[in-house]
Write a new protein. Structure first.
Length: 193
């Protein structure tokens, strides 16, 4: 049975816990809760957990290197377990997608995302699937401040719905592949009205 590596990107520590840049960590925490796969084992410059979900053997990984060095953790885990790119899903925040939307993409560049930039540099390939959690762009002000600040009160009302939507999409990626999942979910809105 092929192993699927699901990586949530974020920054470690309570200071960053509810920040927009930690959307990847939030999805993995939700997945951990739903599957009973504990993410607590320290290895590969991160914390991880292994288990089964809907017939798939999963490794859940949260790099603990801070966002800009995420590639080290991903590359170490993928090489140790001999997991090819097509069996890796990277879950990350995305400024170019409005809050409330979650999109799937395979391949491509980093789009200015430092976590992806690190993964592409160290892992050396873009042959993985991305689960892109929309956080939108700031109307004004610095992008760095924006991503490192918590979700707004209004966004927090819909955050659980967005995270659950991301889990549904991840389940579809594992069951049906990224292409079919893109057609089913890429234009769906997960905002709570």
């Amino acid at each position: 049975m092929a192993v699927k590596l699901i990586v949530g990107l974020g920054n470690p520590g309570t200071k960053y816990q509810w920040t927009r840049h930690n959307a990847g960590f939030m999805v993995l925490d939700r997945l951990s809760h739903l599957t009973g796969i504990s993410i607590a084992k320290k290895n590969s410059s991160g914390i991880s957990g292994e288990g089964f979900w809907h017939g798939h053997r999963l490794i859940l990984l949260k790099p603990q290197t801070f966002m800009n060095l995420s590639g080290r953790s991903v590359a170490e885990m993928a090489r140790f377990h001999k997991i090819p790119g097509e069996d890796i899903v990277i879950v990350h925040d995305d400024l170019d997608i409005p809050f409330g939307r979650v999109r799937v993409k395979t391949g491509g560049g980093h789009g200015g995302h430092n976590g992806l930039r690190s993964i592409l540099s160290v892992y050396g390939s873009s042959d993985f699937t991305r689960l892109r959690i929309g956080i939108g762009r700031p109307v004004h002000g610095d992008v760095v401040d924006y991503v490192l600040n918590p979700f707004s009160v209004t966004e927090m009302r819909s955050l659980a719905s967005v995270l659950d939507g991301a889990i549904d999409i991840l389940e579809s990626v594992l069951a049906d592949g990224p292409e079919k999942t893109m057609n089913l979910f890429n234009n769906r809105d997960f905002l709570t009205l």
